[in-house]
Design a protein around this ligand. Sequence first.
Ligand SMILES: [Zn+2]
Length: 243
Amino acid sequence: MKADSPKPALKRELRRLFRAMDFISDRYLARKGAPAKLAAAFYEVYQQLGTAWEHLALQCRHWDGYRKVSGGKLACRICGKIKGTEERWLLLPAKGQKVIGVKTRPNSSRVFPSKQAATITEDGIQFHGATLRVSVHNQYKSKLFRGKHDITIARDRILRLFEDGMECWLDTYGVHLKLPPQGKPMKPMPYSAFLSELPKRKLQKFPVMIEYDKRDHLQGVVIFRPMKRSATKRKQRISSSRG
Ligand SMILES: [Zn+2]
């Protein structure tokens, strides 16, 4: 255990909290004949203390192990949390690396009857203005065309990052960058082609750069963000006045 362990302080805080909870419980909730209005008010206080307990328990690393409680369950000797119960809150350090969850991957070759049954992780976070979504699922049956056709959706791990109308989509098969639509959305869906299939006059319109090494191995792709017309014009004016 590190010297700056929060254990003693946390133990003290939890002891105070448990005393307060016992006080409310013995005095106002368990006592017969207490006025109903008063009992309701103190029930509310007890609930608030329960929330404080949940938050304090997040700091507990259950350093002293567990003791057996009724129902064959195990409760932490310090915070009283039952082993294996799901936590409703996360505790993250304000500074330094924040870790939420573990990396999951599809873990079964079974075909599940629904997306819900096949889902392993479905979560998202807003982080300093950017949105990140993680979706991990096994294979599942899905209905297309109003249930007329059964198709099997392949197992996948999909990460989606959203920023300023752009989306970066990563899955088992590829990396997909979607730029915000320019002008009115076009129908049908956009075309797609390999670079080698396109004529140079078309390629010249796309602000895309391929990065590759000496052995002609693909290292990356850069897409220059489309600038708003006014910003582009201003830039041109500035560069022409300088030149
Ligand atoms: Zn604990």
